[in-house]
Design a protein. Structure first.
Length: 239
């Protein structure tokens, strides 16, 4: 940690999907309940992985174009396309498509996340900063038991992370200088962008984010201010 950093950060900004929630296993279980025996589990697991990939690709394209659209709509359109591309078509109603898409707003938290946030909130302002729609971040928080001082979404800024406008807008709304703030995430692209605007960074390892046997993001030593395994460890490190 550099000597210019404060010993007590005023605000901690958190990525939500992946960093605080286990989206993959939640969506697999959620979809299996809705689809039943119309789609075998292994096929649905593969589709969930592709679904996440489509989402990331679409957001990257929107960032490159300087555009924003509802993430809920992005998820829904991607799911429809993936189901239509299945070798064997299955009948899924529009209501079921909506219910499957809403799975992204009913995500299960990683075990350490709710208690870790409560502990960090004792000494810091804790803020959700997510690419999801504002209503979706609220829904996830209520379902997962997250206690925030406030919820911020890319929707408020018309720009997705890692666009600098999202981080700068969030800092401005909280009246916090970059050097007084920390971004907490399990994704290097998010932290690199936050560091570029002057924020401190904390990398949370989530080796199970993309399922067993999936590649784990490698983070070089010294790249971020903190690298920890869970929010409890971050709270301890911050003192």
């Amino acid at each position: 940690m550099t000597t210019e950093r404060p010993t007590q950060w005023r605000a901690l900004f958190f990525d939500v999907q992946g960093t605080l929630t286990d989206f993959r296993s939640t969506l697999i279980e959620h979809g299996a309940r809705i689809l039943g025996d119309r789609l075998d589990l292994s096929t649905w697991e593969e589709l969930v992985d592709r679904w996440r990939g489509h989402y990331r690709d679409e957001l990257a394209a929107l960032v490159a174009q300087g555009r924003w659209r509802s993430v809920r709509a992005v998820y829904r359109d991607a799911l429809v396309a993936l189901l239509n591309d299945l070798p064997t078509r299955i009948e899924v109603t529009p209501a079921e498509i909506d219910a499957l898409t809403m799975g992204w707003e009913r995500l299960r938290p990683w075990p350490d996340a709710p208690a870790g946030l409560r502990r960090l909130r004792e000494r810091h302002v804790v803020v959700a900063l997510s690419n999801a729609d504002h209503a979706a971040v609220v829904n996830v928080a209520r379902h997962a038991g997250f206690q925030w001082d406030t919820v911020l979404s890319a929707q408020l800024f018309g720009a997705y992370k890692p666009d600098s406008a999202t981080y700068e807008g969030a800092l401005a709304l909280l009246g916090v200088e970059p050097a007084e703030a920390m971004m907490v995430a399990s994704h290097a692209y998010d932290l690199d962008a936050a560091a570029a605007v002057g924020m401190a960074t904390a990398y949370i390892r989530r080796p199970w984010e993309f399922g067993p046997g999936s590649p784990v993001e490698q983070v070089p030593d010294g790249r971020y201010d903190f690298v920890v395994d869970d929010l409890g460890a971050l709270a301890t490190a911050l003192g």
